[in-house]
Design a binder for this molecule. Structure first.
Ligand code: MN
Ligand code: MN
Length: 298
């Protein structure tokens, strides 16, 4: 398979898993069960998770995944963002859906879906990202809501989720750039209510990790643990629960702590809306072509 075929396959799997997530009733299920079941489906369909499934509730916009013994249950009234990554040979499809169990927030979900649909229409090769940001913001504002201004889409490369280029969710001034043909990008509008600030801050909880440096930490156990992670996930994000089949729980958590302190591992904090307002998200991965947009997670 060439790299574009890898993206296509990753996209098909991610799309199928996202639609399962969309149509499942998650009320009463734990976040742990939801993560396990969707990650398992990715594998059954022939892919690998590109990152732990994110299950971010209500005012948490992103970057929460289930802890090893997470008992958090989805309740009636919750708004849950489910963000799924699939990789084939390191080529990543990144897609997200919001499931909403409070009809008051259905318009918020529709706004993120509409903003994504509009943005994707513009995302042909050479499209200016400043135009995409403008379209996203305008669409959200028409619904009477606010985009999250400090979250953005991103370019994707092999084994790299955030590959250096950002696609804003707001009107921006100053430097912009054109989308490259055959380069993968994720577009992901986040929406909050008019009472929200439209900004997220970094919360205390951190349960998604990724290798930053492979320089030996001089702690023998931690270094062998680091090798295992590198051989399995490379620089892609992982969760502690993913390592519990190979190591004792305390060993996993201790090694992660040591490696964070030595700066071998980065821990991603959850991202929370500043005013505590509900956030919704929609996301596709696209590959721009000269005369059309290939939505690989369609
Ligand atoms: Mn995502
Ligand atoms: Mn993304």
């Amino acid at each position: 398979m060439d790299y574009l075929q890898c993206y296509q396959k990753a996209g098909q799997i991610a799309s199928e898993v996202r639609e399962t997530a969309r149509s499942t009733n998650h009320i009463g299920k734990t976040l742990l069960d939801i993560c396990y079941s969707l990650e398992n489906k990715i594998k059954v369909l022939g892919g690998l998770p590109a990152f732990p499934v994110n299950v971010s509730l209500n005012d948490v916009a992103a970057h929460y995944t289930a802890e090893p013994y997470d008992e958090t249950e989805v309740k009636d009234g919750d708004v849950l963002k489910i963000d799924i990554g699939v990789q084939i040979d390191g080529y990543i499809a990144d897609t997200a859906v919001t499931v909403c169990y409070n009809s008051k927030y259905d318009p918020l979900v529709r706004a993120s879906e509409a903003a994504l649909a509009e943005a994707v229409r513009y995302a042909t090769a050479n499209a200016r990202v400043s135009e995409i940001g403008k379209v996203i913001e305008n669409t959200i504002v028409k619904f009477g809501f606010k985009p999250i201004q400090n979250l953005s889409g991103h370019s994707l490369d092999q084994y790299t989720i955030h590959a250096g280029k950002s696609i804003p969710n707001i009107r921006t001034i100053g430097s912009s750039f054109g989308l490259l043909e055959n380069q993968a990008y994720a577009i992901e509008p986040f929406v909050t209510t008019k009472n929200g600030h439209g900004v997220v801050f970094e919360g205390k909880t951190k349960n998604i990790f990724a290798i930053r440096s492979r320089k030996p930490s001089k702690d023998k156990k931690a270094d062998s643990f680091l090798e295992t992670i590198w051989n399995t996930y490379k620089s892609l994000p992982f969760a502690a629960r993913w390592l519990m089949d190979r190591y004792e729980a305390t060993e996993v958590l201790n090694s992660i702590d040591v490696l964070i302190a030595k700066k071998n591992i980065h821990a991603y904090p959850i991202l929370v809306e500043t005013q505590g307002q509900i956030v919704t998200q929609s996301e596709h991965t696209i590959i721009p072509k000269i005369d059309h947009v290939d939505i690989i997670t369609r």
